[in-house]
Design a protein around this ligand. Structure first.
Ligand code: HEM
Length: 458
């Protein structure tokens, strides 16, 4: 006999729609995970979704022999903007393999390292902007880091300096927010309402993002250069397996996908700044390490791999921020076999085609794995201690074949920006009692978190 999967009571006909706040889905799921534990389910407008919130069960459903990414719900909705791009392609679409094989070499650790000077240049610009603000200026780290991320993404991938650290917010940032929020909310609304009331916003955001991408392509075509970056690759490279290249529409799809993926990194760093404020001893340790390795000279690419404490601090930030809050999984279909799928050796049973969502807020803070799971302890993310952790609690970049293709780029961005901020900036909390509360869509970020920034006192 299997154990029934816990479910909040809900209401007749509408099911659990009041258990999940459509304006802050991931916070609701975190709250449900805290209440129900390793597994729970909800019923929304007749659709059942199962949520996995323990390391053991997440480890089980990350087994690619039995399970795979589920391309449905919000991921299917954002196809309106990016079609069969890397992030959104169905398993049967050939385009995924073609694009993956073309793009992956441009995102390898070696390729990313070649852009180190650009990472540094943009980060230096942000820090000098902050240093010019005066001691009483309040900043919202997330806004500032979103700008930095778009600046670095556009420069490293597409060779264009946007200069968007200052001035009005770049239209791409709003468009990414509007399109991803729509993609999350659409599956929870009746289709007619989506079409009549909310369609315009989705359409406008998509147009802004695709025009941004088309402009980058046009500029490169009109100003050919010998820069061999991601944009060059998208426009010219051929898949080594099929010999196929990308059509111009597919190039636009992938260009739009990249800043959306990348926008998770600033969410992590914004939360990281809060963790540093709450843990001044971690700042002291990180500064000691950075000062010993980098000294008074410039920060260099070879320093990135020589900062084990900063690396632990970044991993602990990824664990506790859950900046990418989860990902979707389904059983691999077995033609002709509709028998239920067993989890935890038969303790739970789910239908053969059941969509599941891994809730990292549960998995990453599983007390079966972490002592004092809410504490910020970079040491547990270093060396052997990190290696010995179960793979399921290190899934901040997703899983297997559909794992984040930008993970090396993201790592470089996170380490360079965090190390530079720790080395050169003193942060002060505007509200010392502030407690982390997050919201978001494809990624989650601190709400109403403000700080003051000053040059580091030496
Ligand atoms: C801290 C930073 C980042 C985190 C935590 C993160 C997390 C993730 C996760 C969890 C997935 C899997 C999604 C799924 O299973 O549906 C994913 C996929 C993806 N990410 Fe990232 N990401 C980050 C940065 C980036 C960057 C910088 C890029 C840009 C190159 C990027 C581009 C993508 C793409 C294109 C996919 C889809 C891959 C595929 O299905 O083949 N991400 N990311």
């Amino acid at each position: 006999m299997s154990t029934p999967i816990p479910q909040p009571p809900g209401v007749p006909l509408l099911g659990n729609i009041f258990d999940v706040n459509p304006n802050n889905t991931w916070w609701s799921l975190k709250t449900l995970a805290e209440k129900y534990g390793e597994i729970f389910q909800i019923n929304a407008l007749g659709h059942r979704i199962v949520f996995i919130a323990s390391a053991a069960l997440a480890g089980e459903i990350c087994d690619e022999k039995r399970f795979r990414k589920y391309v449905g719900g919000p991921i299917e909705e954002i196809r309106y903007a990016v079609h069969d791009s890397l992030f959104t392609a169905y398993h049967h679409e050939e385009s995924w393999g073609v694009a993956h094989r073309i793009i992956a070499p441009q995102l390898s650790p070696e390729a990313v390292a070649n852009h180190f000077d650009e990472f540094l240049q943009c980060t230096d610009e942000l820090i000098s902007k902050w240093h010019g603000l005066g001691p009483d200026a309040r900043i919202r780290p997330l806004d500032q880091l979103n700008r930095l991320n778009l600046e670095v993404t556009t420069l490293t991938f597409f060779g264009k300096k946007l200069n968007c650290l200052d001035g009005p917010e770049h239209s791409m940032i709003r468009a990414m927010e509007d399109s991803t929020s729509e993609a999350i909310k659409r599956p929870t609304r009746p289709k007619l309402l989506n079409w009549l009331v909310h369609g315009g916003k989705f359409k406008r955001a998509t147009k802004t993002m695709r025009s941004f991408a088309a402009e980058l392509v046009k500029e490169r075509q009109q100003n050919p250069s010998d820069r061999r970056d991601l944009l060059w690759t998208l426009l010219n490279a051929k898949d080594p397996e099929t010999g196929k290249g990308l059509t111009e529409a597919q190039v636009i799809d992938e260009i739009v996908t990249m800043p959306i993926g990348s926008s998770t990194a600033p969410c992590a760093i914004a939360a990281g700044i809060l963790f540093l404020l709450q843990n001044p001893d971690a700042v002291v340790k990180a500064r000691d390490e950075i000062d010993a390795v980098v000294g008074d000279g410039p920060f260099r690419q070879d320093h990135v791999s020589q900062l084990p404490y900063v690396a632990g601090l970044v991993r602990e930030t990824l664990r506790l921020s859950c900046a990418a809050p989860g990902f979707n999984i389904e059983p691999i279909p077995k033609p002709g076999d509709e028998s239920p799928v067993l989890l935890a050796g038969g303790k739970y049973q789910i239908p053969h085609n059941q969509a599941m969502i891994i809730v990292l807020a549960g998995v990453n803070r599983d007390p079966a794995v972490f002592e004092d799971p809410l504490a910020f302890r970079p040491e547990r993310m270093m060396g052997d201690r990190f290696e010995q952790l179960p793979a399921a609690v290190k899934k901040w970049f997703g899983n297997g074949k559909r794992e984040c293709i930008g993970k090396h780029w993201a790592w470089e961005f996170l380490v360079v920006v965090m190390a530079k901020l720790i080395r050169e900036v003193d942060f002060e909390a505007v509200d010392p009692k502030y407690k982390l509360k997050q919201d978001g869509w494809f990624n989650i970020r601190p709400i109403d978190f403000f700080v003051k920034v000053k040059p580091r006192a030496r």
